[in-house]
Write a protein that binds this ligand. Structure first.
Ligand code: UGA
Length: 446
């Protein structure tokens, strides 16, 4: 159906920009709308507000073909056939999800359009949101202008373009089967299961999926604790567990835990959704607790080896919440660095994607003493310890002999289990990972 015109609201954000660029490359005339006029101006010139592999090329070719445009004027959306709502849904201090931006975007579209449109909610919203918004449209006399469809996104940062083209499933929640049909027809590759269901089921699929991923990570981190007390190598345990096809091997990497703008936020939100429904969610609360604890464990490991951190020089590798992104939102790395700095340590950081130039200036208020290095070796130079916080592929390829030569004290605390304790021991490096326990000879050889 490429002769449709689509609007993407929140086109300056991660989900919105991927959605807009991909729709344009499918041949849809796509209007990306965002309230942030600075971002809109940059996007009009093909300049992206964040890093996402392959996205810049897709945006630039969309602009070149004139199928993609960016605007800060809502009126520009008046001729669209479909609107994708990709605005953010931040966490409130009590864990609840703020849906005001979604609500404003939905009503803005319904007020602006000249003919009836389908409004597709991509943003992650608590169960019941589409029904509430539909009621709101009705109360405002706008239900003739718009039909709501819930179509949650499942894009991971760092692989969002690939995830868009190769979805594991497409979930469409709708009260009108024809609207669901049209949304499915926009992009549904053959052999990809399409689940057409109610608004509520679609909204819950998104939360239940993200939270299940969080549970897997916290569970393996819990087992890692037992490895440290009783022996066993969590990497081997994970492998053995994950080979059961009923369980699967992904999201079983033990380490410092999950962070970023999605999993923790969605976990907190789902707990609130249970509480608001008068239910407890102890399983989810435990997962959150374990995840928080992982962040303190790495610092206590450093203290175990170094004693007091006051005056100690620490190199930190990795700032973003995961490899392949420059996203600092809700990253685990900042609370860890804050712990180090408040204990009196001097911290030098390296990240393959982020640099001092893109460091948000407001962060200097919390971390004024942060130093930057342009390579892991420069970061390690003269330091008392090195702390690995993000599993960047570049770090796996580090020359460990050279790295050891740079460190004043050969101590590596690894929050991502990138190396083998045996290899480190052979190099004379004190290596502390997560759940690597009491090593047996067989495990050291792996
Ligand atoms: C997550 C989901 O994976 C996507 O499916 C979803 O669409 C997205 O949230 C969203 O709601 O928008 P994302 O937050 O980009 O994607 O990143 P993940 O790949 O899920 O990683 C989250 C965190 O878990 C990272 O800090 C990562 O390092 C950590 N992680 C991941 C582990 O600690 N262990 C693992 O085995 C896997």
């Amino acid at each position: 159906m490429p002769n449709l015109t689509v609007g993407v609201l929140g086109a300056g954000g991660h989900i919105g920009l991927v959605q807009a660029a991909a729709l344009a490359s499918l041949g849809y005339s796509t209007i990306g709308y965002d309230l942030d006029l600075g971002r809109v101006r940059d996007l009009q010139k093909g300049k992206l507000p964040f890093y996402e592999p392959e996205l810049a090329g897709l945006v630039q070719s969309g602009l070149k073909s004139k199928l993609l445009e960016f605007t800060g004027r809502v009126n520009r959306l008046k001729g669209i056939d479909l609107a994708y709502i990709c605005t953010s849904t931040p966490s409130l201090p009590d864990g609840r999800t703020e849906i005001l931006q979604v609500e404003n975007a939905v009503t803005a579209v319904a007020r602006t359009v000249q003919k009836r449109v389908i409004i597709v909610i991509k943003s992650t919203v608590p169960v019941g949101t589409a029904r509430r918004l539909s009621l709101l449209l009705q109360q405002q006399g706008l239900s003739e202008k718009a039909v709501l469809v819930s179509n949650p996104e499942f894009l991971s940062e760092g692989s969002a373009i690939n995830d868009f083209w190769h979805p594991a499933r497409i979930v469409i929640g709708s009260a009108e089967p024809e609207a669901a049909e049209i949304v499915a027809g926009i992009y549904a590759p053959p052999h990809v299961p399409v689940i057409k269901t109610s608004w509520e089921s679609a909204e819950l699929i998104k939360y239940a999926a993200n939270v299940f991923l969080a549970l897997k990570i916290s569970y393996i981190n819990l087992v890692a604790q037992l490895c440290e007390k009783a022996g066993g190598d969590i990497r081997v345990v994970s492998e053995g567990v994950g080979l059961d096809p009923r369980i699967g091997s992904s999201f079983l990497e033990a380490g410092i835990g999950f962070s970023g703008p999605c999993l923790e936020k969605d976990l907190r939100s789902l707990i609130r959704q249970f509480n608001d429904a008068g239910e407890e969610a102890p399983l989810l609360e435990a997962a959150l607790y374990i995840n928080q604890r992982q962040r303190y464990l790495v610092v206590s490991r450093l203290k175990k080896s170094l004693g007091e951190l006051k005056g100690k020089k620490i190199a930190v590798l990795g700032l973003a919440f995961k490899p392949g992104t420059d996203d600092l939102r809700d990253t685990h790395t900042l609370p860890v660095i804050e712990q180090l700095v408040s204990a009196g340590a001097m911290v030098t950081v390296h990240d393959p994607v982020l640099s001092e130039i893109c460091w948000p200036r407001q962060m200097n208020v919390f971390l004024p003493e942060l130093r930057w290095a342009s390579s892991p070796y420069e970061a390690a130079e003269g330091k008392d310890a090195l702390l690995i916080l993000t599993a960047c592929p570049e770090y796996r390829r580090i020359n460990l002999v050279k790295l050891k030569g740079c460190l004043a004290n050969p101590l590596i605390v690894d929050g991502r289990n990138l190396f083998s304790p045996g290899e480190m021991a052979a190099l004379g490096i004190e290596y502390r990972g997560v759940g690597l326990g009491v090593e047996t000879e067989a495990e050291v050889e792996r």
